[in-house]
Design a protein around this ligand. Sequence first.
Ligand SMILES: *Cc1c(COP(=O)(O)O)cnc(C)c1O
Length: 459
Amino acid sequence: MKNIKHSWAEPYKIKMVELLKMTTPAQRKKAMQDAGYNTFLLKSEDVYIDLLTDSGTSAMSDRQWAGMMMGDEAYAGSRNFYHLESVVKDIYGYKYLIPTHQGRGAENILSKILIKKGDIIPGNMYFTTTRLHQELAGGKFEDIIIDEAHDPENDFPFKGNIDLNKLDKLIKKYGAKRIPYVSMATSVNMAGGQPISMKNLKELRAFTKKHGIRVIHDMTRVAENAYFIQQKEKGYKDKTIREIVKEINSYTDGATMSAKKDALVNIGGFLAVNDWDVFEEARNMVVVYEGLHTYGGLAGRDMEAMAIGIGESVNDDHIKARVGQVIYLGEKMLEYNVPIVTPIGGHGIFVDAKKFLPHISQDQFPAQTLAAEVYLDAGIRTMERGVVSAGRKANGENYYPKLELVRFTIPRRVYTQAHMDVIAESVARVYERRNKIKGMKMIYEPKYLRFFQAKFEKL
Ligand SMILES: *Cc1c(COP(=O)(O)O)cnc(C)c1O
């Protein structure tokens, strides 16, 4: 009996299905050409398995759908706002809530309030919209993630950790007064969904307290980070995800949230803070950019679905199956020798395009090329996270990130294990013909967040 595996399975059953269109290789070739070899510009209809993002793509539960019918669409003081406010306080532990239409709405307001021209914002690796809002507010982002995070093969379990020596150097160079806050993300997206440890967070809290610097938490995927702490960090295996999430938040002063990820809704986000003064200013500013402070660009029903989704997102069985599915796909790819970022992160598999296509230089966009090839093989849509996503500096030079990745992001509660098998096998086929694949050149480049709309041509 000893050798029988103990598999996980989804803690739900399927009540409704959405039918998918299957495409031929000729149809996919045409669709990819029309999209300028940018997976963002494909029509969703032409995609079989959509792993572009886990953002807003989750399947809601029957309870969330029931909550949608309970929407109170009053302009002011909707009961769903008060429900959401109590959930954010109770589950996340933050005192004051400002709802926003999605995460970047919260980033915009927070950056405008806390950042002055010439400020430095240290963080554990940049995120596209977060850094752009920091820059637009006059600040400069400085990466203080540990070096291990830039090495896709390093097996350190907490590659989202912050290097306090790097932070100390910035304080010595610029002075603590020019650092309004540390931008700390859980489940660091651009590093491959890598978690930060509780130990590192406690040290960060103690260190920043000494210097009077705030810690602002990008809590978009906090529950997935909590799962890795529960599984890998000493002293946490008997704690619930809910307890761990609350402890993480307790070491921070406020948070921006894209509820389209962890919180299992298709739209929504918020800013949450503990500081009354920041709250007051944010409550005033949200009216300019999002909507009244009791809806922030959301319908009452959206806030209700979010309140219920947050509760479901910190359920231990949910998160075990969620991350379990991601790990299943990653291990399957490893069996085919496909180079991926390890340890496997919480929300997707990140294929190392530099290793996959070593003959293509970064100027010829290896990750962009690989994402196009993966679509051509079986209609699977992924996203570039490399030199195109990194964009240009204020002076116009390209950022050349060390990591050149293709992200296979898994929507929550949407695909089955059979889909995971199809994905791994398709990537293995592309890997087999990798030597024949050529790079690309960019023929159209938008000014902001170019990865969304840039167009390419095959060399
Ligand atoms: C998605 C995301 C954001 C931005 O949120 P939106 O809801 O897309 O505006 C910020 N930070 C991280 C880590 C994200 O993944």
